[in-house]
Design a protein around this ligand. Sequence first.
Ligand code: NAD
Ligand code: UDP
Length: 312
Amino acid sequence: MVRKKILITGGAGFVGSNLCERLLNEGNEVFCLDNFFTGQKQNVVHLLDNPYFELIRHDVTSPFFIEADEIYNLACPASPVHYQYNPIKTIKTSVMGAINMLGLAKRIKAKILQASTSEVYGDPLVHPQSEEYWGHVNPIGIRSCYDEGKRSAETLFMDYNRQNNVNVKIIRIFNTYGPNMHPDDGRVVSNFIVQALQNQDITVYGEGQQTRSFQYVDDLVDGMIKMMGTPNEFTGPVNMGNPNEFTILELAEKVIKLTGSKSKIVFKPLPSDDPMMRQPDITLAKKELDWSPKIELDEGLSKTIHFFKSII
Ligand code: NAD
Ligand code: UDP
Protein backbone atom coordinates (compact mmCIF):
# COMPACT_ATOMS: atom_id res chain seq x y z
CA MET A 1 0.00 0.00 0.00
CA VAL A 2 1.19 3.50 -0.81
CA ARG A 3 1.26 5.69 2.30
CA LYS A 4 -0.11 9.09 1.23
CA LYS A 5 0.98 12.32 2.94
CA ILE A 6 -2.16 14.25 3.82
CA LEU A 7 -2.46 17.79 5.22
CA ILE A 8 -5.66 18.60 7.12
CA THR A 9 -6.17 22.26 8.01
CA GLY A 10 -8.53 22.73 10.95
CA GLY A 11 -7.56 19.16 11.86
CA ALA A 12 -8.04 19.61 15.62
CA GLY A 13 -11.67 20.66 15.21
CA PHE A 14 -14.79 18.53 15.28
CA VAL A 15 -14.83 17.22 11.68
CA GLY A 16 -11.05 17.51 11.24
CA SER A 17 -10.21 15.29 14.22
CA ASN A 18 -12.61 12.58 13.02
CA LEU A 19 -11.02 12.79 9.55
CA CYS A 20 -7.45 12.64 10.97
CA GLU A 21 -8.29 9.46 12.84
CA ARG A 22 -9.88 7.76 9.82
CA LEU A 23 -7.05 8.66 7.42
CA LEU A 24 -4.42 7.46 9.92
CA ASN A 25 -6.33 4.19 10.43
CA GLU A 26 -6.30 3.73 6.66
CA GLY A 27 -2.47 3.80 6.78
CA ASN A 28 -1.72 7.36 5.69
CA GLU A 29 0.65 9.97 7.12
CA VAL A 30 -1.37 12.89 8.50
CA PHE A 31 -0.26 16.47 9.14
CA CYS A 32 -2.85 18.16 11.33
CA LEU A 33 -2.62 21.96 11.13
CA ASP A 34 -4.64 24.17 13.48
CA ASN A 35 -4.49 27.52 15.28
CA PHE A 36 -6.69 26.09 18.11
CA PHE A 37 -9.30 28.86 17.85
CA THR A 38 -12.24 26.45 18.18
CA GLY A 39 -10.36 23.15 17.92
CA GLN A 40 -8.49 21.57 20.78
CA LYS A 41 -5.45 19.35 21.32
CA GLN A 42 -7.73 17.11 23.38
CA ASN A 43 -9.43 15.97 20.15
CA VAL A 44 -6.18 14.54 18.72
CA VAL A 45 -4.07 13.86 21.81
CA HIS A 46 -4.64 10.10 21.46
CA LEU A 47 -3.09 10.24 17.98
CA LEU A 48 0.17 11.86 19.11
CA ASP A 49 1.92 8.53 19.77
CA ASN A 50 1.40 7.48 16.17
CA PRO A 51 4.67 8.09 14.29
CA TYR A 52 2.68 8.96 11.16
CA PHE A 53 0.79 11.81 12.87
CA GLU A 54 2.10 15.36 13.26
CA LEU A 55 0.34 18.27 14.97
CA ILE A 56 1.32 21.75 13.74
CA ARG A 57 0.20 25.04 15.31
CA HIS A 58 -0.28 27.44 12.41
CA ASP A 59 -2.80 30.00 11.17
CA VAL A 60 -3.92 29.52 7.54
CA THR A 61 -4.04 33.28 6.98
CA SER A 62 -0.22 33.01 6.74
CA PRO A 63 1.47 30.96 4.00
CA PHE A 64 2.57 27.43 4.88
CA PHE A 65 4.89 25.00 3.10
CA ILE A 66 5.00 21.22 3.35
CA GLU A 67 5.22 18.28 0.94
CA ALA A 68 1.87 16.48 0.69
CA ASP A 69 -0.18 14.49 -1.82
CA GLU A 70 -3.58 15.71 -0.63
CA ILE A 71 -4.90 18.71 1.29
CA TYR A 72 -8.26 18.85 3.09
CA ASN A 73 -8.97 22.55 3.81
CA LEU A 74 -11.26 22.67 6.86
CA ALA A 75 -9.79 25.60 8.81
CA CYS A 76 -12.65 27.98 9.66
CA PRO A 77 -14.89 28.38 12.70
CA ALA A 78 -18.24 26.76 11.82
CA SER A 79 -20.60 27.61 14.67
CA PRO A 80 -22.48 30.93 14.23
CA VAL A 81 -21.43 31.97 17.77
CA HIS A 82 -17.76 31.44 16.94
CA TYR A 83 -17.68 32.79 13.39
CA GLN A 84 -19.51 35.95 14.50
CA TYR A 85 -17.10 36.51 17.44
CA ASN A 86 -14.46 38.02 15.10
CA PRO A 87 -16.14 38.28 11.70
CA ILE A 88 -13.18 39.97 10.00
CA LYS A 89 -10.92 37.11 11.05
CA THR A 90 -13.56 34.63 9.81
CA ILE A 91 -13.64 36.01 6.27
CA LYS A 92 -9.83 36.35 6.26
CA THR A 93 -9.57 32.69 7.28
CA SER A 94 -11.82 31.57 4.41
CA VAL A 95 -10.34 33.80 1.72
CA MET A 96 -6.65 34.08 2.67
CA GLY A 97 -6.69 30.48 3.89
CA ALA A 98 -7.99 29.36 0.48
CA ILE A 99 -5.37 31.46 -1.35
CA ASN A 100 -2.53 30.12 0.81
CA MET A 101 -3.61 26.48 0.56
CA LEU A 102 -4.37 26.70 -3.19
CA GLY A 103 -0.93 28.30 -3.72
CA LEU A 104 0.62 25.41 -1.81
CA ALA A 105 -1.41 22.84 -3.80
CA LYS A 106 -0.29 24.46 -7.06
CA ARG A 107 3.37 24.46 -6.02
CA ILE A 108 3.49 20.88 -4.73
CA LYS A 109 0.93 19.52 -7.24
CA ALA A 110 -1.36 18.22 -4.51
CA LYS A 111 -5.09 17.51 -4.76
CA ILE A 112 -7.07 19.89 -2.58
CA LEU A 113 -10.58 19.57 -1.12
CA GLN A 114 -12.54 22.54 0.21
CA ALA A 115 -14.99 22.10 3.08
CA SER A 116 -17.69 24.44 1.80
CA THR A 117 -21.14 24.67 3.30
CA SER A 118 -24.89 24.62 2.76
CA GLU A 119 -24.66 28.25 3.95
CA VAL A 120 -23.70 29.19 0.37
CA TYR A 121 -27.45 28.75 -0.32
CA GLY A 122 -28.27 31.32 2.41
CA ASP A 123 -31.96 31.43 3.41
CA PRO A 124 -32.98 29.32 0.40
CA LEU A 125 -35.94 30.02 -1.88
CA VAL A 126 -35.58 26.58 -3.47
CA HIS A 127 -36.23 23.40 -1.49
CA PRO A 128 -34.48 20.98 -1.29
CA GLN A 129 -31.23 22.62 -2.37
CA SER A 130 -29.36 21.16 -5.35
CA GLU A 131 -25.93 22.28 -6.52
CA GLU A 132 -27.43 24.26 -9.44
CA TYR A 133 -29.14 26.67 -7.05
CA TRP A 134 -27.08 29.88 -6.69
CA GLY A 135 -28.46 30.77 -3.31
CA HIS A 136 -30.12 33.63 -1.46
CA VAL A 137 -27.47 35.20 0.75
CA ASN A 138 -27.57 38.53 2.55
CA PRO A 139 -24.15 40.03 1.68
CA ILE A 140 -24.13 42.49 4.60
CA GLY A 141 -25.75 40.57 7.48
CA ILE A 142 -24.22 38.99 10.57
CA ARG A 143 -23.83 35.60 8.85
CA SER A 144 -22.16 37.06 5.71
CA CYS A 145 -18.60 36.81 7.05
CA TYR A 146 -19.07 33.05 6.91
CA ASP A 147 -21.42 32.66 3.92
CA GLU A 148 -19.62 35.10 1.63
CA GLY A 149 -16.20 33.92 2.84
CA LYS A 150 -17.12 30.37 1.83
CA ARG A 151 -18.62 31.55 -1.48
CA SER A 152 -15.39 33.47 -2.28
CA ALA A 153 -13.36 30.38 -1.38
CA GLU A 154 -15.41 28.34 -3.89
CA THR A 155 -14.67 31.01 -6.54
CA LEU A 156 -10.95 30.82 -5.78
CA PHE A 157 -10.99 27.02 -5.99
CA MET A 158 -12.66 27.08 -9.41
CA ASP A 159 -10.35 29.85 -10.69
CA TYR A 160 -7.19 28.00 -9.56
CA ASN A 161 -8.61 24.97 -11.36
CA ARG A 162 -9.33 26.85 -14.62
CA GLN A 163 -6.27 29.12 -14.58
CA ASN A 164 -3.61 26.88 -13.00
CA ASN A 165 -4.96 23.35 -13.47
CA VAL A 166 -5.00 22.72 -9.73
CA ASN A 167 -6.87 19.50 -8.97
CA VAL A 168 -9.70 20.82 -6.78
CA LYS A 169 -12.71 19.23 -5.07
CA ILE A 170 -15.53 21.21 -3.42
CA ILE A 171 -18.07 19.71 -1.03
CA ARG A 172 -21.00 21.61 0.47
CA ILE A 173 -21.52 20.19 3.94
CA PHE A 174 -24.97 20.32 5.58
CA ASN A 175 -25.43 20.37 9.39
CA THR A 176 -23.18 17.67 10.82
CA TYR A 177 -22.92 16.43 14.41
CA GLY A 178 -21.13 13.75 16.41
CA PRO A 179 -18.30 13.01 18.84
CA ASN A 180 -15.59 15.68 19.33
CA MET A 181 -18.02 18.60 19.10
CA HIS A 182 -17.03 21.04 21.81
CA PRO A 183 -19.58 21.28 24.67
CA ASP A 184 -19.54 25.09 24.22
CA ASP A 185 -19.63 24.87 20.42
CA GLY A 186 -22.96 26.72 20.32
CA ARG A 187 -24.53 24.70 17.52
CA VAL A 188 -27.91 23.18 18.09
CA VAL A 189 -27.12 19.48 18.57
CA SER A 190 -24.35 20.01 21.13
CA ASN A 191 -26.34 22.75 22.92
CA PHE A 192 -29.43 20.54 23.28
CA ILE A 193 -27.51 17.43 24.39
CA VAL A 194 -25.43 19.32 26.98
CA GLN A 195 -28.55 21.11 28.27
CA ALA A 196 -30.50 17.84 28.47
CA LEU A 197 -27.71 15.95 30.26
CA GLN A 198 -27.50 18.76 32.84
CA ASN A 199 -31.32 19.01 33.19
CA GLN A 200 -31.13 22.67 32.12
CA ASP A 201 -33.68 24.44 29.92
CA ILE A 202 -33.47 23.50 26.22
CA THR A 203 -33.12 26.77 24.29
CA VAL A 204 -35.18 26.69 21.11
CA TYR A 205 -34.70 29.84 19.01
CA GLY A 206 -37.84 31.33 17.43
CA GLU A 207 -40.80 28.97 17.44
CA GLY A 208 -38.63 26.00 16.51
CA GLN A 209 -40.41 25.54 13.18
CA GLN A 210 -37.23 26.16 11.17
CA THR A 211 -35.83 22.93 9.72
CA ARG A 212 -32.39 21.37 9.38
CA SER A 213 -31.20 18.00 8.01
CA PHE A 214 -28.65 16.43 10.33
CA GLN A 215 -25.76 14.25 9.16
CA TYR A 216 -23.65 12.03 11.43
CA VAL A 217 -19.92 12.77 11.16
CA ASP A 218 -18.87 9.23 10.09
CA ASP A 219 -21.05 9.54 6.98
CA LEU A 220 -19.44 12.89 6.15
CA VAL A 221 -15.91 11.48 6.59
CA ASP A 222 -16.79 8.60 4.19
CA GLY A 223 -18.05 11.12 1.65
CA MET A 224 -14.99 13.38 1.96
CA ILE A 225 -12.60 10.50 1.29
CA LYS A 226 -14.72 9.29 -1.65
CA MET A 227 -14.77 12.81 -3.08
CA MET A 228 -10.96 13.06 -2.85
CA GLY A 229 -10.77 9.81 -4.85
CA THR A 230 -12.91 10.98 -7.80
CA PRO A 231 -11.35 11.52 -11.27
CA ASN A 232 -9.57 14.87 -11.82
CA GLU A 233 -12.34 16.20 -14.09
CA PHE A 234 -14.87 16.03 -11.25
CA THR A 235 -14.45 19.16 -9.14
CA GLY A 236 -17.94 19.41 -7.64
CA PRO A 237 -19.38 21.31 -5.88
CA VAL A 238 -21.29 18.40 -4.44
CA ASN A 239 -23.76 18.44 -1.53
CA MET A 240 -22.98 16.22 1.45
CA GLY A 241 -25.73 15.81 4.01
CA ASN A 242 -28.52 13.58 5.25
CA PRO A 243 -31.78 14.48 3.46
CA ASN A 244 -33.99 13.57 6.46
CA GLU A 245 -35.36 16.93 7.59
CA PHE A 246 -36.55 17.83 11.11
CA THR A 247 -37.87 20.97 12.79
CA ILE A 248 -35.72 22.28 15.63
CA LEU A 249 -38.62 21.56 18.00
CA GLU A 250 -38.66 17.91 16.85
CA LEU A 251 -34.93 17.73 17.52
CA ALA A 252 -35.40 19.13 21.04
CA GLU A 253 -38.10 16.53 21.78
CA LYS A 254 -35.91 13.70 20.44
CA VAL A 255 -32.95 14.75 22.59
CA ILE A 256 -35.13 14.94 25.72
CA LYS A 257 -36.50 11.46 24.99
CA LEU A 258 -33.13 9.85 24.22
CA THR A 259 -31.45 11.32 27.31
CA GLY A 260 -34.44 10.73 29.61
CA SER A 261 -33.94 14.33 30.74
CA LYS A 262 -36.17 16.43 32.99
CA SER A 263 -35.35 19.54 30.94
CA LYS A 264 -38.10 21.93 29.81
CA ILE A 265 -38.16 23.57 26.39
CA VAL A 266 -37.89 27.39 26.48
CA PHE A 267 -38.19 29.74 23.51
CA LYS A 268 -35.52 32.43 22.80
CA PRO A 269 -35.39 35.08 20.05
CA LEU A 270 -34.53 33.83 16.56
CA PRO A 271 -31.13 35.24 15.46
CA SER A 272 -31.28 37.44 12.34
CA ASP A 273 -30.89 35.79 8.92
CA ASP A 274 -31.41 32.33 10.46
CA PRO A 275 -32.40 30.13 7.47
CA MET A 276 -36.00 28.83 7.70
CA MET A 277 -35.32 25.50 5.99
CA ARG A 278 -32.47 23.37 4.80
CA GLN A 279 -32.40 20.02 3.07
CA PRO A 280 -29.78 18.63 0.69
CA ASP A 281 -30.58 17.15 -2.69
CA ILE A 282 -27.89 14.44 -2.83
CA THR A 283 -28.62 13.08 -6.32
CA LEU A 284 -25.17 14.21 -7.54
CA ALA A 285 -23.27 12.58 -4.65
CA LYS A 286 -25.17 9.33 -5.22
CA LYS A 287 -24.32 9.38 -8.93
CA GLU A 288 -20.70 10.55 -8.87
CA LEU A 289 -19.51 9.10 -5.54
CA ASP A 290 -21.91 6.22 -5.03
CA TRP A 291 -22.37 7.79 -1.57
CA SER A 292 -25.36 8.28 0.65
CA PRO A 293 -25.56 8.63 4.45
CA LYS A 294 -26.11 5.44 6.46
CA ILE A 295 -26.66 6.64 10.03
CA GLU A 296 -30.08 8.00 10.91
CA LEU A 297 -30.73 10.66 13.52
CA ASP A 298 -31.74 8.45 16.48
CA GLU A 299 -28.66 6.25 16.14
CA GLY A 300 -26.31 9.20 15.58
CA LEU A 301 -27.79 11.14 18.50
CA SER A 302 -27.36 8.12 20.79
CA LYS A 303 -23.68 7.84 19.87
CA THR A 304 -23.23 11.60 20.40
CA ILE A 305 -25.02 11.52 23.76
CA HIS A 306 -22.68 8.68 24.79
CA PHE A 307 -19.70 10.89 23.86
CA PHE A 308 -20.96 13.92 25.80
CA LYS A 309 -21.70 11.76 28.86
CA SER A 310 -18.00 10.80 28.87
CA ILE A 311 -16.70 14.40 28.83
CA ILE A 312 -19.06 16.57 30.86
P1 NAD B 1 -14.76 23.45 14.19
O1 NAD B 1 -14.91 24.85 14.64
O2 NAD B 1 -14.86 22.36 15.21
O3 NAD B 1 -13.38 23.23 13.43
C1 NAD B 1 -12.72 24.25 12.71
C2 NAD B 1 -11.23 24.12 12.99
O4 NAD B 1 -10.53 25.12 12.25
C3 NAD B 1 -10.89 24.33 14.47
O5 NAD B 1 -9.99 23.33 14.90
C4 NAD B 1 -10.23 25.71 14.48
O6 NAD B 1 -9.33 25.88 15.56
C5 NAD B 1 -9.56 25.73 13.12
N1 NAD B 1 -9.30 27.09 12.62
C6 NAD B 1 -10.15 28.15 12.61
N2 NAD B 1 -9.54 29.24 12.07
C7 NAD B 1 -8.28 28.83 11.73
C8 NAD B 1 -7.16 29.49 11.15
N3 NAD B 1 -7.22 30.80 10.81
N4 NAD B 1 -6.02 28.79 10.96
C9 NAD B 1 -5.93 27.48 11.31
N5 NAD B 1 -6.96 26.79 11.88
C10 NAD B 1 -8.11 27.47 12.08
O7 NAD B 1 -15.83 23.21 13.02
P2 NAD B 1 -16.19 21.90 12.19
O8 NAD B 1 -17.62 21.65 12.37
O9 NAD B 1 -15.20 20.83 12.45
O10 NAD B 1 -16.00 22.44 10.70
C11 NAD B 1 -14.91 22.06 9.88
C12 NAD B 1 -15.09 22.65 8.50
O11 NAD B 1 -16.26 22.12 7.89
C13 NAD B 1 -15.24 24.18 8.49
O12 NAD B 1 -14.56 24.70 7.38
C14 NAD B 1 -16.72 24.37 8.34
O13 NAD B 1 -17.02 25.59 7.71
C15 NAD B 1 -17.11 23.18 7.48
N6 NAD B 1 -18.53 22.84 7.69
C16 NAD B 1 -18.94 22.19 8.81
C17 NAD B 1 -20.29 21.92 8.99
C18 NAD B 1 -20.79 21.20 10.21
O14 NAD B 1 -22.01 21.08 10.36
N7 NAD B 1 -19.96 20.69 11.07
C19 NAD B 1 -21.22 22.33 8.02
C20 NAD B 1 -20.76 23.00 6.90
C21 NAD B 1 -19.42 23.24 6.73
N1 UDP C 1 -30.76 26.79 17.50
C1 UDP C 1 -31.64 26.70 18.57
N2 UDP C 1 -31.12 26.62 19.82
C2 UDP C 1 -29.79 26.60 20.08
C3 UDP C 1 -28.89 26.67 18.97
C4 UDP C 1 -29.43 26.78 17.69
O1 UDP C 1 -32.87 26.71 18.40
O2 UDP C 1 -29.40 26.50 21.25
C5 UDP C 1 -31.33 26.85 16.13
C6 UDP C 1 -30.78 27.96 15.26
O3 UDP C 1 -31.52 29.15 15.43
C7 UDP C 1 -30.97 27.37 13.88
C8 UDP C 1 -30.79 25.87 14.08
O4 UDP C 1 -30.99 25.64 15.48
O5 UDP C 1 -32.26 27.61 13.40
C9 UDP C 1 -29.42 25.35 13.70
O6 UDP C 1 -28.46 26.18 14.31
P1 UDP C 1 -26.89 25.88 14.28
O7 UDP C 1 -26.22 27.02 14.97
O8 UDP C 1 -26.64 24.51 14.77
O9 UDP C 1 -26.51 25.84 12.73
P2 UDP C 1 -26.94 26.70 11.43
O10 UDP C 1 -27.62 25.71 10.58
O11 UDP C 1 -27.87 27.81 11.83
O12 UDP C 1 -25.67 27.22 10.89
